[in-house]
Design a protein around this ligand. Structure first.
Ligand code: FES
Length: 182
């Protein structure tokens, strides 16, 4: 658990039962960044790849880490932030280890995506765009993911679920926790 003050911890529901699981480096922990920087030439062409690895390690791009990346690669900070904010895959806010994506494209919307989104938010006790206090899950909405025939679609981590019913959501989220713990 992150033990952050002022962050509401779920008292029940799927997000609440998650234990710490995978260790997540904090902004103050430079070890993960040192290991990443050691893998690449200290020059601007490494920037995108370094940011990808940083995002994978920290589950977001912490500001202090971006400053260190700029310095290490000798890239202006403005350029680093420009790349960090250009790609949708990057986030400057802490993300959960698992991203739960609810497709809200037309076909999914017609077939109940809104209700699924509400139910996921209820179970995890966070709103779309937010991350659970234990940093296990972040809820996001996405546009059509090209699987309209199986609408409504919910993607938990890298797993696509089609023809989703609200009653199955807890199982999908729980399965993911199980795999994460193993
Ligand atoms: S609208 Fe959801 S997959 Fe196409």
């Amino acid at each position: 658990m992150n033990g952050e003050s002022g962050v509401r911890r779920p008292e029940s529901g799927v997000g609440a039962v998650v234990q710490s699981g995978v260790a997540q480096p904090s902004c103050a922990d430079p070890a993960a960044l040192d290991a990443i920087l050691a893998r690449y030439p200290a020059a601007e062409p490494s920037l995108a790849q370094v940011l990808q690895d940083v995002h994978r390690a920290y589950h977001y791009l912490p500001c202090d880490v971006l400053v260190r990346v700029s310095s290490a690669l000798n890239v202006p900070l403005a350029k680093t932030f420009s790349v960090a904010t250009f790609y949708k895959a990057f986030s400057l806010e802490p993300q959960g280890r698992t991203i739960v994506r609810v497709c809200t494209g037309t076909a999914c919307h017609i077939r109940g995506a809104g209700l699924l989104l509400d139910e996921i938010a209820r179970q995890l006790r966070v709103r779309p765009g937010e991350t659970t206090a234990d940093r296990q899950f972040t809820i996001k909405t996405v546009n059509c993911v090209g699987a309209c025939a199986m609408a409504p679609v919910v993607i938990v981590g890298d797993r696509y679920h089609g023809n989703v019913k609200a009653a199955r959501l807890a199982g999908y989220l729980g399965d993911n926790e199980q795999r994460d713990a193993n």
